[in-house]
Design a protein around this ligand. Structure first.
Ligand SMILES: Cc1ncc(COP(=O)(O)O)c(C=O)c1O
Length: 476
């Protein structure tokens, strides 16, 4: 060993020696269980006195790198190398636990994992089944799209003007009169929520929502330090809410709610809008299911908004393809500019290629024709699921007839919906969306979706679920 401590260094001599010995262990020069040279020899080699060596060795023993064995000297411990490696590696677990974004609930992590498996019956999935997605038509439409090279570079901050103009024309038909300047294209409605959370609210602001809520199954506001407060709509008038200090806003899905499938009546929409406007609580209207109403349907809250009070969200995820990742926010221009600025810092704009496709579908009439067919097929599926429920579940549960969208929010008379039921169903290859992911205290509901499973799978899956419920009821 041709190494000596530096007497002029700021680090003490004995510390330099402990570091040197650790380096020898780390490199494997001093291996596990090796007997180290005697203290006298080390003192000579390092050119220091024995007491300095003793101090260094005592410290290394105390830290678990070395151990004395009676009558036979000092040895490198079996664990020394691991200890050093652990110190050298970043403590990722700590980083993971302290990262600002909240993790998903364990049940949702399992849902996300199991949704990837082919042999699972997905009774709750909030996504169109592959046979409802227009893959062939999309493929075919690509041949009719001419691409200007500039249109597939980075997108402009607010998104493709062509798409925004097409959207502004569509929104007009729903009673929402806005120009393309009031529209920001985003990578799905979920990104809209994230942008609003970090761009428009201070930490500690309150986000009101009705329970149960889609917002409990994702955490854009919670992760940005906002407080979530479940209230019923009428409470918006209450003095607690009015006397609230600091910012607040109300998140809602007034048409075809996720998870309940419920739509507010026009009167409910009107009175809620007026309450919020008078209480100066801005509204986020999440309207991703608007075009999937089976009947005539009711207009969005945004159609009543003359005061720029409602931030309106839409998306093609539930109608055309979630894989395109295209959604939009409609809001007053200063809000759009602020959110567009943050979006550019987040992802330099949504996929320009996806935007070209959506613009083409909307402008060519393909989109309307597709959505029309889709509504009919969803309605057929809803009727089929209801028939199965009437046959097998009428004695143990209640539900509302769906008026559109994807979901039936089934309520069991007994509080049987818990993690154990979810896991038992998973064992039998049936994937459920239990109510407790939308309302932590809920033990009565399951969100069923008639949009994903095939008709045969619906039959088999619901039959399995009924059997599991009975087995669990009969179990001692
Ligand atoms: C109410 C609601 N909002 C937003 C989203 C997310 O939509 P996107 O795919 O456009 O991000 C969903 C998807 O399940 C939803 O149900």
């Amino acid at each position: 060993m041709d190494w000596k401590p530096n007497r002029h260094a700021v680090i003490s001599i004995h510390r330099q020696i402990t570091d040197r010995i650790k380096a020898l262990i780390e490199r494997g020069d001093w291996s596990t269980d090796m007997r180290i040279p005697p203290q006298r020899k080390l003192a000579e080699e390092f050119g220091v006195n024995r007491s300095t060596i003793q101090t260094a060795l005592d410290e290394l023993k105390a830290d678990g790198y070395l151990e004395g064995r009676v009558g036979s000297g000092i040895y490198v411990t079996g664990n020394a190398w691991n200890l050093l490696m652990d110190q050298a590696r970043p403590n990722w677990q700590r980083h993971i636990e302290t990262g600002v974004h909240k993790p998903n609930y364990h049940t949702i992590q399992l849902i996300n994992d199991y949704e990837q498996k082919d042999d699972i019956i997905r009774l709750g999935t909030g996504e169109l089944s592959p046979d409802l997605l227009p893959a062939r038509e999309l493929e075919e439409s690509l041949r009719s799209i001419t691409l200007d090279a500039r249109a597939i570079g980075y997108s402009s901050p607010q998104g493709s003007i062509k798409l925004r103009e097409a959207l502004s024309a569509r929104l007009e038909k729903r009673g929402i009169t806005v120009s393309s300047d009031n529209i920001l294209i985003v990578s799905g409605a979920l990104q809209a929520l994230q942008l609003i959370a970090v761009g428009l609210l201070e930490e500690g602001a309150t986000v009101f929502q009705e329970g149960p809520s889609y917002l409990n199954s994702v955490h854009p506001f919670q992760s940005a330090g906002m407080r979530m407060q479940a209230v019923n709509r009428a409470e918006t008038l209450s003095s607690t809410i009015r006397s609230l200090k600091g910012q607040s806003l109300f998140y809602c899905v007034p048409t075809l709610n996720n998870p309940t499938g419920y739509s507010w009546t026009v009167e409910e929409k009107k009175s809620f809008y007026t309450l919020c406007r008078d209480a100066r609580i801005p509204i986020i209207e999440d309207d991703v299911y608007q075009e999937l109403q089976f009947g005539e349907g009711s207009p969005p809250l945004k159609a009543m908004d003359e005061a720029g009070h409602v931030l309106y969200l839409g998306s093609v995820s539930k109608t055309l393809s979630p894989g395109l990742r295209i959604g939009w926010i409609v809001a007053p221009t200063p809000v759009i500019k602020r959110l567009a600025d943050i979006k550019m810092q987040t992802d330099y704009g949504s996929s320009a290629f996806s935007q070209e496709i959506v613009a083409h579908w909307m402008m060519s009439g393909r989109y309307d024709r597709h959505v029309e067919r889709l509504r009919t097929r969803l309605q057929e599926r809803a009727e089929r699921m209801e028939k199965i429920l009437l046959r097998q579940y009428q004695d143990i549960a209640t539900w509302n007839r769906p008026s559109g969208g994807f979901y039936i929010w089934i309520r069991f008379h007994a509080p049987i919906v818990n993690k154990a039921l979810f896991l038992k169903a998973l064992q039998r290859k049936v994937l459920l969306n239990p109510g407790y992911i939308y309302d932590p205290g809920d033990a009565h509901h399951i969100r069923l979706s008639f949009a994903y499973a095939s008709l045969d799978e619906m039959e088999i899956g619901l039959h399995q679920l009924r059997k599991i419920i009975e087995e669990r009821r009969d179990a001692p």
